[in-house]
Ligand binder design. Structure first.
Ligand code: C5P
Length: 232
């Protein structure tokens, strides 16, 4: 089987309070999107790379990635799962059902090549696939919606933080996401949760905790620090 890359970049980053979607904010003068794509494409051989974009995206043409023939943009969707599904449909007829797809958030530019390699090699013979993740270090509370009352404390020893890339077979992932976006619109926040909903048990592969997701403005400075430290 071959390996495909899908990098959802159709979010508009409401939490950043910026005029630009977060993938077009800059790290050392380069778009977050360009940093993420360059790092991913540098690790291993890929059959192709699809990047779903927002239909109103005006910044893509100014990115370095727009001039990279290995990268194919396609229209994204309303939610992350819709965008990933659109990218997978873009590959219809080219990707085989048992090819692997690695889905990686464009907002995680600090992805380390060693983590991508370990994910690929650990899961290569797995029936299902899985994701980079790390055990939580904080105690996690479940709070009643719209209130400040703790309902329950989850057993921390069983809790992991889900990162990306997440790696699944093309045919299984299309089927799971199709069902997820139909039956639970808005509730599928990563590929693994779609796979779980249809009965799979994705595997966690311990990933580096510096694989942060740019979410708030302070994260940009942190990402620059992480990138410099990784390069040292
Ligand atoms: O908003 P959040 O940080 O969870 O988004 C995760 C990823 O999903 C980002 O890479 C974002 O660009 C992408 N996304 C997308 N299409 C959407 C919403 C989010 O591709 N409709």
């Amino acid at each position: 089987p071959r390996f495909w890359l899908v990098v959802p970049a159709a979010g508009i980053g409401q939490r950043m309070q910026a005029d630009l979607p977060k993938q077009y904010l800059t790290l050392n003068g380069r778009f977050v999107l360009d940093v993420t794509l360059e790092r991913l494409l540098s690790c291993g051989a890929w059959a192709g790379c699809v990047v779903p974009l927002h239909c109103d995206d005006q910044w893509w043409p100014a990115s370095a990635s727009a001039g990279d023939a290995r990268i194919e943009p396609c229209p994204g969707g309303a939610e992350r799962a819709d965008s990933v599904l659109a990218a997978l449909k873009h590959l219809q007829g080219r990707a085989a059902a048992d090819d692997w797809v690695l889905v990686h958030d464009v907002a995680r530019p600090c992805i380390h090549p060693d983590d991508v390699a370990r994910l690929r090699s650990t899961l290569a013979d797995d029936a299902c696939g899985g994701l980079l993740a790390a055990p939580v270090s904080d105690t996690v509370k479940e709070v009643a919606p719209g209130s400040d009352q703790v309902l329950v404390t989850r057993d921390r020893r069983q809790l992991w933080r889900a990162f990306t890339p997440q790696m699944f077979r093309y045919g299984d992932l299309v089927a799971a996401l199709q069902r997820g976006v139909c039956e639970q619109p808005g509730a599928i926040t990563d590929e693994a949760s779609a796979m779980e909903q249809v009965g799979w048990h994705p595997r966690v592969v311990t990933g580096r905790t510096d694989n942060i997701k740019i979410t708030v403005p302070e994260d940009l400075a942190l990402a620059e620090f992480i990138l410099a430290r990784q390069a040292a």
